[in-house]
Design a binder for this molecule. Structure first.
Ligand code: GLC
Ligand code: GLC
Length: 651
């Protein structure tokens, strides 16, 4: 769009650019800057237009983008252009991801580069390497308390090791995902250290206060994230003699995005990592980016403006790079992170589908799909060029943050039902084989979350300990059922390190004083590669899980109806234990897959007559793509064993 004010400013900025920038060949850069400038200017003005130094900051912003562009390699620019031409590339069903900690998967980055064949064996082609940057030992929050945004933790390797990983991935068409911890820094970050020394410029990077007056006002409406290990949202800094906002742990200082310098610093960091060959950046804790007194300080409108601005700027310099929003918030709020008022995602192209994750766990605990249906029905439609990350487990806890209205509609009392789930997964419920732990119980609200590995939550740990083959087999079925759904639902499935091998809880964190107050470490184990060899040995749990998941992944990649073009129809059936939906090919709607999953331990049937209105012949013949066989059928009824699933096609 051409708009006089912003364009005369753009001309002035181009005249003022540093000579070394002006001398470069910036053709593509200028084209994109011209196209995005009005949006960038408007957003930047909206956020920072009231400041005296607005124009100077705007010049710095453009210089930062230009510098990022100059540093971008020819190879990465080629990828940018290719992705611009095929801009829906990431909606394809061919992507299957895995998230892992470097030292949970390998010894370090160099060693990880030697284990890429494991990804290929399983069919993984998108790898989220969890935070690798420097953090103070014992105060790391699992890598999310960064003390230097450009320095890799030397126990993991250095920049050359990472570039090597990126290169090896690219050769094999594997996407690399890294974190950008935007919301806060470690209290040992240089900026924080300078703030502590009394440097006003850096105190303005954070929220620091002389007394409790303003913190107390904030506290009235701010929830607590880690009420057990870090109660409250402010921490007293003895040396500075000031209060600092610390929403997460006491040592994680929240950055103040009402200061444009903070935004520009973070943009520079984002472009730096984009230029190391990262394909997708996972933006951590984005719901928290804007703080406003009188609000929960989550999902604020300006947090969205910050992300839109980040996207627009990144598109000018590195348009091939995508953003993942890590916003573990209600469905109505989460879809806003794709960007509002647009068809094309204007903020983050990808977002965690935490709602589906929690709903799947609900169905496991209750053995019925009442809430799952309710929740999936109420998942708002998302933008066209946007997709979910569908997952069962990740490095974080499970929060049962469903909509209270959905819980009521499913026939439960919200408080009692959440209590039941926490009890079920922490094994306090008699019939439950789950071995989870309660995470961060908040005594005031009664709220609690759950930690634990997928295998342990599914009952595998209990089964192995009691040497109960029945329990083990059930756990295997549950693990496969859950994977069959994240692989078919629509979006990018994201497996978690160890889950395809049935790795159970690791209790070792209890002996480490830097970890013992955070039981999320229970599900961040290290793969035992000798044990992992059992995936090649028939009759073992590892073999059963690994090969079944591998097969599902291979099949998924062949089915274009599994690509994500909002091409899913939820089908209501009259059996409360089943989940049933149809995926169709968005180009050829007659090509479709009927997905049916049984969350009950007992066999259940599906009355095919109910599918007539969907154009499915109740007496038709089907093939289950997963097993290759015909589903058990009599009359118009199709039968599923306990925890069985089908991916059906009509013949
Ligand atoms: C995100 C991370 C989590 C971390 C938090 C604070 O939610 O996933 O592990 O504790 O941000 O950085
Ligand atoms: C984020 C998530 C929350 C999670 C926390 C760290 O705040 O919203 O669900 O528990 O990070 O575990």
């Amino acid at each position: 769009m051409y708009e006089q004010v912003s364009h005369s400013l753009l001309n002035a900025i181009l005249d003022d650019l540093k000579p070394e920038i002006r001398r470069q060949d910036l053709r593509h850069f200028y084209t994109r800057l011209g196209a995005n400038f009005y949006a960038i200017y408007s957003l930047f003005f909206n956020l920072y237009g009231h400041r005296e130094d607005f124009k100077a900051q705007m010049l710095r912003l453009v210089e930062t983008m230009a510098k990022g562009y100059i540093d971008r390699s020819a190879e990465l620019e080629r990828v940018d252009i290719e992705r611009e031409q095929n801009h829906n590339w990431f909606l394809s069903q061919k992507w299957v991801g895995m998230a892992l900690y470097t030292n949970g998967f390998a010894d370090n980055l160099a060693d990880l580069a030697t284990k890429i064949s494991y990804f290929q064996e399983l069919g993984i082609n998108l790898v989220h390497i969890m935070p690798i940057l420097m953090c103070p030992t014992g105060k790391s929050d699992g890598g999310y308390a960064v003390s230097d945004f450009r320095q890799i933790d030397d126990r993991l390797g250095d920049l050359n090791d990472l570039r090597r990983v990126a290169e090896e991935f690219r050769k094999r068409d594997i996407l690399l995902v890294l974190d950008i911890v935007m919301n806060h820094t470690s209290d040992e970050h240089d900026w924080a250290a300078k703030a502590v020394e009394g440097d006003k410029r850096y105190q303005d990077y954070y929220f620091v206060f002389d007394n409790r007056e303003i913190p107390d006002m904030f506290e009235q409406t701010m929830p607590q994230i880690f009420p057990e290990s870090a109660p409250g949202n402010f921490t007293w800094n003895e040396k500075m003699q000031k209060w600092v906002m610390t929403v997460f742990q006491h040592y994680q200082w929240d950055l103040n995005y009402s200061n444009p310098e903070v935004f520009i610093e973070m943009l520079d960091i984002i472009l730096f990592w984009a230029n190391q060959g990262v394909d997708i950046l996972r933006l951590d804790a984005v719901a928290f980016l804007w703080k406003k007194i009188g609000s929960s300080c989550q999902n604020e409108r300006n947090a969205h403006l910050i992300l839109q601005l980040m996207k627009d700027c990144c598109q000018v310099t590195a348009p091939g790079v995508l953003f993942i929003a890590e916003a573990i918030v209600t469905p109505l709020e989460v879809i806003k992170y794709f960007g509002e008022d647009a068809i094309i995602a204007k903020e983050c192209e990808i977002a965690y589908n935490a709602t589906l994750m929690a709903l799947l766990w609900d169905a496991i605990a209750t053995q019925n799909t009442k809430l799952l249906y309710q929740g999936v029905k109420n998942l708002p439609a998302k933008l066209e060029r946007a997709t979910w990350l569908n997952y069962v487990r990740c490095h974080d806890d499970i929060g049962f943050g469903f909509d209270d209205n959905d819980i009521r509609a499913a026939g439960y009392d919200p408080y009692a039902h959440r209590q039941f789930l926490v009890n079920y997964f922490s094994g306090q419920f008699e019939a439950s084989p789950a071995r989870g732990m309660v995470f961060m119980r908040n005594e005031t609200t009664g709220d609690a979350r759950i930690s634990g590995s997928l295998a342990s939550l599914a009952g595998l740990e209990a089964g192995q300990e009691m040497n109960d083959q029945g329990l083990i087999d059930t756990a295997i079925k549950k693990i496969l059922l859950l994977h069959s759904l994240i692989l078919s639902f629509g979006g990018i499935p994201l497996l978690y390190n160890g889950d395809a091998l049935g790795v159970v809880n690791d209790y070792g964190y209890r002996d480490d004083p830097g970890k013992s107050d955070d039981n999320r470490w229970i599900h961040r184990p290290k793969i035992n590669w000798d044990r992992a060899e059992l995936r090649k040995k028939q009759g073992t749990t590892e073999f059963a899980l690994f090969n079944a998941i591998k097969k599902m992944i291979a099949i998924r990649k062949e089915i274009s109806a599994f690509a994500d073009f909002n091409n899913r129809e939820l089908v209501e059936v009259d059996n409360p234990h089943l989940l049933c939906f149809i995926r169709f090919n968005h180009d050829r709607p007659s090509e479709r897959i009927l997905v049916v999953a049984n969350f009950d331990a007992n066999p259940q049937y599906l009355d095919l007559y109910l599918l007539r209105s969907r154009g499915i012949d109740p007496f038709g013949q089907f093939v289950d793509l997963y097993s290759g066989g015909k589903p058990a059928q009599y009359d118009r009824r199709m039968v599923l064993q306990g925890y069985q699933f089908y991916w059906l096609t009509e013949i």
